[in-house]
Ligand binder design. Structure first.
Ligand code: EPU
Length: 443
């Protein structure tokens, strides 16, 4: 394994939690990172400015805005936190390695750039902590739509000399950003595109609605068959990002793991049905309204099995958090990860806190214990970090989580929101030495 030297500043930030206190109260949910990223890329297709509401303030979002600005577009934020993007000045259909290496979702600009400019050069994202994560299905789909694609020196060179045309694309496997990339490209391609075995995630639905608002002709979003009739151009308009279902479930889990009672507001309960069904099975009380969810913990959580699946199944982005809950449950549970091949990096860190987890390939068997203890642990990816925060909130004593820059990719103001429901949580920059640190999870 080749280790890299990460920036000293990033590596010095840690989160310290004094656990063992039931969390109660209300948390307002932010816009969804995974909806906002493709929505920002969609501005590349519009021939007038696009204004965004509820873009969350997150590191990955800043990366996407930097990427779009790098292409020559105007990106501004007004005094009401709305993001304005005008891509009419864009001249550079490129996504350089410096940006793509920090965020794989940068490849979401490939479809829009190719559709608009007829050519694009996007650096190939490498593997990441949770798996190999190739983009072969994105590339195969664009080829079927008339692109000539060469992958050389780590770059995707895509050319559609005569523009893109519609095609019938059947995904081998459900891919969220693959569906989004091709759906965007198809909006201004010639003719009809059918996306079969498409992703039905709420973020894909948000994108389809937004594109329709800009003049695209799309039907079938939210099902596994999306049909797009290409139009000559897309206009500008206003786009609102849906609430972050993963953030909402993470705060509800914070209440559940600490024996508390948490309500999340400004969310879409229907997006979390699979998660809430498993939470009900633990014996927790679950109540929902139009835009809020309340979960109150039972005396002790019952052990419940989960298997991650594409939407509407149990989301892989909540597997680590649910595992944290199961560490303290009464009984043993089986957690099966079917989407990513290596999304169990949190297991060893949870074990440092006294969790009893047996890992066998894609399956983790969690034997619940009545208590876990605070420890020094390391965040390895975004959702793994969230599971460590949850475990820290429930643990006896102090938990020290290093490498928390992973958390900042996807959780807006996490300490502030957790403190609002009673958590003892602080960010500190003091514990790490001033020596450069080797990040063992960057390969
Ligand atoms: N895959 C391929 N080839 C492809 C595309 C995907 O083999 O061309 C495989 C992946 O390696 C994986 C599976 O297909 O095994 C599904 O991956 P998918 O393409 O759906 O993942 P993604 O689009 O790269 C998005 C989210 C992830 C989330 C997954 C699954 C964004 C920006 N990212 O990734 O979010 O886990 O869908 O729901 O939307 C996170 O927020 O922490 C996160 C990782």
């Amino acid at each position: 394994m080749k280790a890299t030297i990460a920036s000293v500043r990033e590596l010095m930030e840690s989160i310290i939690i004094q656990g063992g206190k039931p969390l109660t109260g209300t948390v307002e949910i932010s816009g969804a990172k995974n909806a906002a990223l493709p929505l920002l890329a969609a501005a590349i297709l519009a021939d007038a400015p696009v204004i965004y509401h509820r873009i969350p303030h997150l590191k990955d979002i800043t990366t996407m805005m930097t990427l779009i600005a790098h292409q020559g577009s105007e990106v501004t934020i007004d005094d009401q936190s709305r993001v304005h993007i005008d891509t009419r000045t864009a001249t550079l259909p490129v996504a350089p390695y410096e940006l793509v290496k920090t965020m794989r979702a940068s490849s979401l600009v490939l479809g829009p750039l190719l559709a608009r400019f007829g050519h694009a050069n996007v650096s190939l994202p490498g593997g990441c902590a949770i798996g190999a994560r190739p983009i072969d299905m994105h590339l195969k789909g664009l080829e079927a739509m008339g692109a000539d694609i060469r992958v050389e020196h780590g770059n995707v060179e895509a050319v559609a000399a005569n523009g893109l045309h519609g095609a019938h694309i059947v995904f081998d496997q459900v891919t969220v950003t693959g569906t989004e990339n091709l759906m965007m490209a198809a909006t201004i391609a010639k003719g009809q595109t059918i996306l079969d075995n498409a992703a039905a995630e709420p973020e894909v639905v948000n994108l389809a609605h937004a594109l329709r608002g800009l003049g695209a002709n799309i039907v079938g979003e939210g099902t596994h068959k999306i049909v797009i009739e290409g139009v000559a151009s897309l206009s500008g308009g206003e786009i609102t990002v849906i609430p972050d279902r993963i953030e909402a479930a993470t705060y509800l889990s914070a209440g559940l793991i600490t024996g508390g009672d948490v309500t999340v507001t400004d969310c879409q309960p229907a997006d979390l049905e699979a998660f809430l069904a498993r939470v009900r099975a633990t014996g927790a009380t679950v109540e929902t309204g139009d835009d809020w969810i309340r979960c109150a913990a039972p005396k002790r959580l019952k052990a419940v099995d989960i298997s991650t699946m594409p939407h509407p199944g149990f989301p892989t982005d909540l597997q680590a958090q649910f595992m944290a809950l199961m560490c303290l449950s009464d009984g043993s549970s089986t957690i099966r990860e079917t989407i990513f091949e290596n999304r169990f990096m949190h297991v060893q860190e949870l074990a440092r806190m006294g969790a009893n987890i047996h890992l066998d390939g894609h399956v983790a068997v969690v034997h619940g214990t009545s208590s876990i203890s605070g420890a020094e642990v390391m965040a390895t990816d975004l959702r793994a970090s969230a599971s460590l925060v949850l475990a820290g909130l429930a643990a006896q004593g102090e938990t020290h989580i290093s490498r928390v820059y992973h958390i900042d990719r996807g959780y807006e103001r996490i300490e502030e929101k957790m403190r609002k429901i009673g958590a003892h949580i602080e960010r500190c920059t003091t514990r790490e030495s001033s020596m450069p640190q080797v990040d063992r999870f960057h390969v």
